[in-house]
Design a protein around this ligand. Structure first.
Ligand code: C2O
Ligand code: CU
Ligand code: CU
Length: 512
């Protein structure tokens, strides 16, 4: 069955279509037939086994949501709260992160249960230095197993929150790692338990991590942090489970938040450095401040070699950037996510431009932008080649629609090793998106260089050297990247649309 046929027979028919798709999904996924659909509202929806049999997908029907105006807009941008360092020795960072449910008053007079690190939305910011020894005690007060994955950081696999190393409900552990030289950059952390990552993130679990260098070429610039996340609230201000559409396209809520606030006012005096995170489960952000240029100085793994001026920058789920903005002239502008078509399936609403924040430029110091930022090692000649294919399958058997998201033709199995790599060997990975939808590829434990991409028969070399741990692939695009793994052990790679990852668009490479 092809995609168009699948869509017109399942979700092409408007409201009824959505309803029957949901029912079909619950049925398709409930092989053991003990789940139940609650068509009347949120809460106890169909629960069902899926794929390799170890996964659970909760699915609810579409339901009325709060209007976007339910959250106050236009307040002053708040700084992220920092995780206090309790270490007494130098060059150490020690702290505790506790994951637990909290009742948060997002909408005046209403309590929203959220799952949070240390009770904060978003989770606290860890700021440490290259060379630091980090020890984070993780206390899991959730009712399900969890892990903390240090997205983008070069930490050993056994400290990286792999799904195999789950911390059971009520248990705790300490994550220990050293931040190597040249790791200065903008990272984040989030849960990575088997199958439950989407839910744990959309209920609020995600936090930020900045590794600083004592020799930062941009130290003259004042710095602000913008964490962009996505939130869905139903009419009772509760966070509903995923609908079938969320599982297909990745979850997008009605709210897009910056540091937990809707459309805050960011005041920029003179020229400043912004670090921006896309911590959304699935939302793509085509970022622009119309009327201002964005001078890109850093990507996922830290600074570029030289600044590059852009009008717009696409930031896909999981990615981070550092930009310099402002020329010293006063102006009232907006940070926007411009409409970007990532080829979602079904009769979804058309993409629109959205205001993420008001940006109030005021007079202030305008430090000169350095022409050179650092040197990025090109890693030398690659001696191994790996091929990765992302794909989707759709079928309709006995009137039941099913779909799967695959890596090299398979759904993730945490007990299967999909590939092996040699420690310290330079590899080229050729990643092919053999599907109709954009998917962001992400790999754990290392930063890679993009070599080139091929789309519609046209090859394009990367325009400049930059370190990434996440890169977008357009439908039918091939991207070639170069990388090395410096620790032995198991590393996941997956689509960073979390609903796709949760359904098994993930695989693992054993480094030995
Ligand atoms: Cu941020 Cu395996 O992910
Ligand atoms: Cu990661
Ligand atoms: Cu995907």
């Amino acid at each position: 069955m092809d995609r168009r046929q699948f869509l017109t027979t399942s979700i092409g028919a408007g409201a009824l279509g959505y309803f029957s798709l949901n029912a079909a999904w619950a049925a398709a996924m409930d092989h053991s037939a003990h789940g139940s659909m609650d068509h009347s509202g949120h809460g106890s929806a169909g629960t069902a086994s899926h794929g390799a049999g170890a996964m659970t997908l909760k699915t609810v029907p579409d339901m009325p949501l709060l209007p976007v105006t339910a959250l106050a807009a236009g307040r002053a941008h708040v700084a992220l709260s920092k995780l206090a360092n309790t270490a007494t020795a130098v060059n150490r960072f020690e702290a505790t992160l506790t994951a637990a449910e909290h009742q948060v008053e997002l909408v005046a007079g209403q309590k929203t249960p959220m799952w949070l690190y240390n009770g904060q939305v978003p989770g606290p910011l860890i700021e440490a230095y290259e060379g630091d020894e980090v020890a984070i005690r993780f206390v899991n007060k959730l009712t399900q197993a969890s892990t903390i994955h240090w997205h983008g950081l070069p930490v050993p696999p056994e400290e990286d929150g792999n799904p195999q190393d789950a911390v059971p409900a009520g248990a705790e552990r300490v994550y220990r790692f050293k931040l190597p030289k040249d790791s200065a950059g903008t990272y984040w952390y989030h849960p990575h338990p088997h199958g439950d990552t989407p839910e744990q993130v959309y209920r609020g679990l995600a936090g930020l991590f900045i590794v600083r260098s004592k020799n930062d070429p941009l130290r003259a610039f004042a710095e602000q942090h913008l964490v962009i996340s996505d939130l869905k609230l139903d009419a009772q201000a509760l966070i509903p489970d995923n609908t079938a559409n969320d599982w297909m396209n990745g979850r997008e809520g009605q709210f897009v938040l910056v540091n937990g606030q809707r459309e805050p006012v960011v005041t920029i005096a003179g020229r400043q450095r912004l670090r921006i995170w896309n911590a959304c489960s699935a939302r793509y952000l085509q970022l622009a401040i119309p009327g201002q240029k964005l001078t890109l100085v850093g990507t996922d793994g830290g600074l570029l070699e030289k600044p590059v001026v852009h009008e717009q920058i696409l930031l896909v789920p999981g990615q981070r950037i550092e930009v310099l903005v402002g020329d010293g002239k006063a102006a009232q502008l907006a940070l926007k996510a411009l409409a970007y078509n990532r080829e979602k399936m079904g009769n979804v609403e058309p993409e629109v431009d959205r205001v993420l924040a008001r940006v109030n430029f005021v007079a202030g110091a305008v430090p000169a932008i350095p022409a050179q930022l650092r040197k990025i090692n090109d890693l030398g000649r690659a001696t191994a080649l790996k091929k990765v294919e992302f794909s989707e399958t759709m079928s309709m058997e006995n009137g039941v629609h099913t779909m799967a998201f695959l890596v090299n033709g398979k759904v993730y199995d945490m007990d299967r090793i999909d590939m092996t790599s040699k420690l310290n060997e330079v590899e080229i990975w050729e990643i092919f998106n053999n599907s109709h939808m954009d998917h962001p590829f992400h790999i754990h434990g290392t930063q890679f260089l993009v070599l080139d991409s091929k789309l519609d028969g046209k090859r394009q070399n990367a325009k400049y050297r930059a370190l990434h741990d996440t890169i977008n692939l357009r439908p039918y695009e091939t991207v070639r990247i170069k990388m090395v793994q410096h620790d032995k052990g198991l590393r996941m790679f997956h689509c960073h649309i979390l609903e796709h990852e949760g359904q098994g668009m993930m695989a693992q490479v054993l480094v030995k």
